[in-house]
Design a protein around this ligand. Structure first.
Ligand code: MTE
Ligand code: MO
Length: 457
């Protein structure tokens, strides 16, 4: 039984429409199995020498390969075309990242993995269960040494451009810890019809960890913010999928009002330990409640801008139509708005979908609910496909922008198949929809009710 949000109206129908998102990749093994020589070019951005049949790697292909392998290939000029390096061929079956446990890998190039709902049951998401969303090749782990890290702060609206070592940031600014929800804007994308290109996230591109760091505001103030400052953009140490060092895989950011909030952190720790390498060690931006694409990983540069930041993926991605559109409509850029705070949503983390439950017993049901910058006011649960709803008990957030625990007890009238649906309502009275809302070509902001299956017998 599938643990999912609402299905498409017509499952399996429709072709992936085109969008300006990068072409979906299908994993190294699939690419090499399908067409080894073209895979070289697609994966590393290199071409085999047509005469010698040996690979020649341009600067960019070399860099991409070195990033993936953790070291440059010394005899690259002798490497045959169409050869998936053994280090990758032997370690990706089944593919996993050390330190992660139970994630579902949607892609291995770049690495993207989501967390099954029942593994998000903890109040504070453990690092091993925290999802992974990469737009490029992460920096080699050895290049993320906290002792060697620096952050540059500059931009048109930065009065005194400065560089800080991570040591200086830790020493000179007050540390703050908050539990902050970050959810990928594309979480739930798998349910859109016509389907949207990109990672087919179901429900698990979300987590609420405890982040510790210094306030972005404190660091910006130490550098001086010009009156006309509009936006703070980030750059990280990851490498563009093409391997081209001149290109950034992603460079987004937040408007000043979000940048200056107490909870917006330059974080160096997750749950009291170093941030896992794949989640942005040793320094990342964390802007809770907003689409997680603004929370830049492997952070090494901030730019204080006098306009809306125009880095990679500020245009063409992470935007939704300003008004509802017919599914399938391509909307011009000027009619799109940048995604900021995420909409109200909830998860059922107990029971795991597919549970068989004894008919006479009460079933404990629980999960989390969150609402971007807002708080959640109510959570309702249904076992009769939304005909009637029972109000769940709901806790206050541990701090602003943390998710909220809800729980209830259910009994079932007779043996058989049931679905448990959960529906949260934010402080402004806005409810999660029961079906997929607001179609958009990239498949963002699906906050439809989560549902799990239960066999009562
Ligand atoms: N440098 C950098 N920062 C990044 C990304 C990235 O690819 N590179 N991905 C963004 C996106 S789209 C998301 S959803 C979150 C995912 O954070 P996580 O991998 O720690 O879960 O990181 C954001 N920050
Ligand atoms: Mo994302």
């Amino acid at each position: 039984m599938k643990d999912t949000a609402f299905p498409r109206d017509t499952p399996g129908m429709g072709k992936h429409i085109t969008s300006s998102e990068p072409e979906p990749t299908h994993g190294l093994h699939a690419a090499y199995a399908a067409d080894p020589e073209n895979a070289d070019e697609r994966v590393w951005g290199r071409r085999a020498d047509p005469v010698t049949r040996r690979g020649f790697l341009g600067q960019s292909g070399l860099a991409a390969l070195a990033a993936a392998l953790g070291a440059p290939v010394v005899f690259h000029d002798k490497m045959p075309a169409g050869l998936l390096p053994a280090a990758l061929a032997q370690s990706t079956e089944p593919f996993s990242i050390p330190g992660k446990d139970g994630l579902v890998y949607l892609n291995d190039r770049p690495v993207n993995a989501e967390t099954p709902a029942h593994l998000l049951d903890d109040e504070v998401t453990p690092a091993k269960h925290f999802f992974i969303r990469n737009n490029g090749h992460p920096p080699a782990e050895a290049d993320t040494d906290p002792a060697q890290w620096t952050l540059r702060v500059e931009g048109e609206s930065c009065l005194q451009p400065r560089s800080f070592t991570l040591e200086e940031l830790k020493r000179d600014f007050t540390h703050h810890s908050y539990r902050l929800v970050i959810e990928c804007g594309g979480n739930g994308r798998a349910e859109f019809n016509p389907p949207a290109t990109g990672n087919q996230w179901t429900v698990g591109a979300i987590g609420c960890a405890e982040w510790t760091g210094v306030r972005l505001r404190d660091v910006l103030e130490a550098c001086g913010i010009a009156d006309g400052a509009v936006y703070v953009g980030y750059y990280g140490a990851d490498v563009h999928l093409s391997g081209d060092p001149a290109k950034s895989p992603i460079s987004r950011g937040v408007p000043m009002r979000k940048a200056l909030e107490d909870e917006t952190l330059l974080a160096f720790a997750m749950n009291g330990e170093d941030i896992p390498w794949i989640n942005g060690r040793p320094l990342r931006l964390v802007a809770g409640g907003w689409a997680a694409s603004v929370s830049g990983k492997w952070l090494n540069r901030l730019v204080v801008r006098d306009r809306v930041h125009d880095g990679e993926k500020m245009i063409g991605s992470y935007k939704v139509p300003k008004f509802p559109v017919q599914p399938g409509t391509q909307v011009p850029e000027e009619d799109m708005r940048i995604i900021e705070s995420m909409p109200v949503k909830s998860l059922i983390t107990r029971p795991q979908s597919g549970l068989t439950h004894p008919a006479a017993e009460v079933l404990e049901v629980r999960g989390h609910a969150w609402a971007g910058d807002l708080t959640v006011a109510e959570v309702w649960v249904s076992i009769d496909f939304g005909a009637t709803w029972k109000k769940a008990a709901l806790k206050k957030p541990a701090n602003r922008l943390a998710w909220q625990r809800w729980n209830t007890e259910l009994t079932f009238p007779q043996p058989g198949y049931y679905e448990i649906w959960a529906r949260a309502v934010d402080e402004k009275g806005v409810s999660q929809p029961m079906v997929v809302p607001g179609w958009n070509s990239h498949g963002y902001l699906n906050n439809a009710c989560h549902r799990v299956a239960v066999q009562v017998g």
